[in-house]
Design a protein around this ligand. Structure first.
Ligand code: HEM
Length: 155
C-alpha cells in the first residue's frame, strides 16, 4: 500500500508539535522503553550504571531524537519514492552499532510501541487518531526493516 500525502502530513504535523519539547520527550521515550522492557537498560551505555534515567544526557537525547526524526524523514521518502532510503554509510553505521549492542528483532517492537506512546502524549488526545498511529507505524516499520536487513547482512 502506498504511503499517502495525508499520512505524510500526519507524521509531519506531530513532529512539529514535538520539536520544541525534545528534551522532555526523549526522557518520556526512554522511560517508556524501560517500562515495557526493563532489561533493555543494560544495552544502553548511558543507562547501565545509573539507578535512574539521566535527565540531561546528550547520548540519550541523540538516540531518542534520531528515532523520532528518522521516522519522520522516512515518511517523506515513502511518500515521494515509495521506499525508505537511508544513506549507505549511515545505514552501515546503524547496522554495525545495533549488531554490536546485541539488539534483536523484538527490541524494535519495544521501541516502536514507546515511540507511538510518546507521539500520542506529545500531540494529545485531540490530535491523536488511528490514522496518525498508522502513519507513524508504517514509517517506523520501513525504517526498522532497513536497519534489520543491514544487521543481517553484517552478521
Ligand atoms: C545507537 C538510531 C532502534 C539500541 C544508535 C545510534 C543511532 C540509532 C543513530 C548511534 C548514536 C550515536 O552515534 O551515539 C536508531 C534508530 C532506530 C533504533 C533510527 C529505529 C528505527 C534501536 C533499538 C534498540 C537500539 C530497537 C534496542 C532497544 C541502541 C543502542 C545504541 C544505539 C544500545 C548505542 C547507544 C549507546 O549506548 O551509547 N541508534 N536506533 N536502537 N541504539 Fe539505536
Amino acid at each position: 500500500m502506498a504511503f499517502s500525502e495525508q499520512q505524510e502530513v500526519l507524521v509531519k504535523e506531530a513532529w512539529e508539535i514535538m520539536k520544541p519539547n525534545l528534551p522532555q520527550l526523549s526522557l518520556r521515550f526512554f522511560t517508556t522503553i524501560l517500562e515495557i522492557a526493563p532489561a533493555a537498560k543494560n544495552m544502553f551505555s548511558f543507562l547501565k550504571d545509573s539507578e535512574e534515567i539521566p535527565k540531561n544526557n546528550p547520548k540519550l537525547k541523540v538516540h531518542a531524537v534520531k528515532v523520532f526524526k528518522m521516522t519522520c524523514e522516512s515518511a517523506v521518502q515513502l511518500r515521494e519514492m515509495g521506499k525508505v532510503v537511508v544513506a549507505e554509510t549511515t545505514l552501515r553505521y546503524l547496522g554495525s552499532v545495533h549488531l554490536k549492542k546485541g539488539v534483536l528483532d523484538p527490541h524494535f517492537e519495544v521501541v516502536k510501541e514507546a515511540l507511538l506512546r510518546t507521539v500520542r502524549e506529545a500531540v494529545g488526545d485531540n490530535k491523536w487518531s488511528e490514522e496518525m498511529r498508522g502513519a507513524w507505524s508504517v514509517a517506523y516499520d520501513h525504517l526498522a526493516e532497513a536497519i534489520k536487513a543491514e544487521m543481517k547482512a553484517e552478521a
